[in-house]
Design a protein around this ligand. Structure first.
Ligand code: FES
Ligand code: ZN
Length: 405
């Protein structure tokens, strides 16, 4: 999509340069410099209003390869060139995805001259997110991954002596999550959506959201205008959860009332959250303890945090194989008698099944439900992602990979 134009008039702010882009939330057309200044100043105002950090802080930004965290890093580097910034990338072990994002992130940090710390889940923690397809979290991998990431944020913050973690949550994220939590009656979760989250314990990092008042569209424009390398890759586990659906509804409502998101944010932050916090059940001491396994904060009654419970599940799973070399496949079939089938991805392509709905795929594979299914094709990535999809549907599938992949 093309976000900018060569308008025939000058910028509405500086009245000098040619206007090339519209500030979506203000409906005025401005030049690149004024857009950047307007955008960065709004972030600065939020940071100052909530006293998000001091010059002595060490600020960590976990990069996902997406536009939000990358935009945040670039804007902070421009606004505060002297501040101690640390970029972090969690390589979650999502095969054919994590490594590509890692290379984006490496290039971007090099370009910005910001130090980058890479935490590789397989090397440092001994497991990977893809392995959740072997557990009952197979259809909720995103939420399991969220738990793991929160734990790692806290662990890495300690290792790197971060005093502040800045996250790329923007207006659309926050309002849609608030509404989703509200509908679910998760009022305690709502209170975690404030612009600043002070730590429970003194040695933890404070969490701040400098993009709190920035609409998503403005971020897309900033990222495009400033050539921020944004990965268009979609995580193979991404889910269309309630916040995403609510985001769409909010966008529709915004067409009628362009202030709706700010109005909702104001009701939540000024009325509802203070009300929740004033209730007795909010008393943090009553539901917080530390996990007996990892030492992180938990509200679990048996003192084992939800991350550690999930890791226990992975540890209990003996065979977590998703890919085999051709040789391994041959050896494997020797013990399977005839209880296996080899499927050529080219055949699925000819039947237009690779791009089709899960329902159609399921229908095609259902006759092989009790067999071991081996997929073979030209593109190991295609086969791997299909393996993940089918594993989530309960099939016993393996991808045959080419050597060296
Ligand atoms: Fe965590 Fe996709 S990034 S499941
Ligand atoms: Zn734990």
């Amino acid at each position: 999509m093309n976000y900018y134009n060569n308008y025939s008039f000058v910028c509405k702010i500086c009245k000098k340069e040619k206007a090339i882009i519209k500030i979506p939330s203000q409906r005025i057309k401005v030049c690149k410099n004024c857009y950047n200044q307007f955008f960065e100043n709004r972030i600065k105002k939020t940071i100052e209003k909530y006293k998000m950090f001091h010059p002595s802080d060490k600020i960590g930004i976990f990069l996902s390869g997406g536009k939000d965290s990358s935009t945040l890093l670039m804007a902070l580097k421009k606004l505060y060139p002297e501040i101690n910034l640390q970029a972090i990338f969690l390589n979650l072990g999502i095969k054919y995805y994590s490594e590509k994002i890692e290379s984006y992130v490496r290039d971007f940090c090099q370009k910005l001259n910001v130090p980058l710390y890479i935490h590789n889940l397989v090397e440092k923690e001994g497991y990977k997110i893809d392995e959740f397809v072997f557990t009952h979290f197979k259809n909720k991998i995103c939420s399991a991954c969220g738990t793991i990431k929160r734990y790692l944020f806290s662990k890495i913050a300690k290792e790197l002596n971060l005093t502040v973690i800045a996250t790329g949550h923007h207006l659309d994220d926050i309002v849609s999550t608030m509404l989703a939590l509200f509908f679910q009656g998760e009022f305690l979760g709502l209170s975690r959506l404030e612009p600043v989250l002070n730590p429970f314990f003194p040695n933890q990092a404070k969490k701040v959201k400098p993009l709190y008042y920035i609409p998503e569209k403005d971020i897309i424009y900033y990222a495009t205008l400033n050539d921020i390398p944004v990965s268009n890759l979609l995580c193979p586990h991404s889910e269309k959860g309630p916040p995403k659906k609510i985001k769409k509804i909010l966008d529709e409502l915004e067409k009628e009332n362009n202030q709706i998101k700010y109005q909702l944010l104001s009701v939540f932050t000024k009325k509802l959250i203070p009300l929740i916090k004033s209730q007795n059940f909010y008393k943090k001491e009553s539901f917080v303890s530390t996990c007996i396994k990892c030492g992180e904060v938990t509200s679990s009654l048996n003192n084992i945090c939800s991350r550690c419970k999930k890791i226990e599940l992975l540890n209990k799973t003996e065979n977590k194989t998703l890919e085999l070399t051709y040789e391994e496949f041959i050896n494997c079939t020797k013990n399977l008698n005839s209880n296996w089938i080899l499927i050529d991805l080219n055949n699925l392509k000819e039947k237009n099944l690779l791009e089709s709905s899960l329902r159609k795929l399921h229908k095609f594979f259902i006759p092989y439900k009790n067999k071991n299914i081996f997929l073979i094709g030209e593109d190991p990535e295609e086969g791997y992602f299909l393996t993940l999809k089918l594993r989530k549907k309960g099939f016993n599938v393996y991808n045959i990979k080419k050597e060296n992949t």
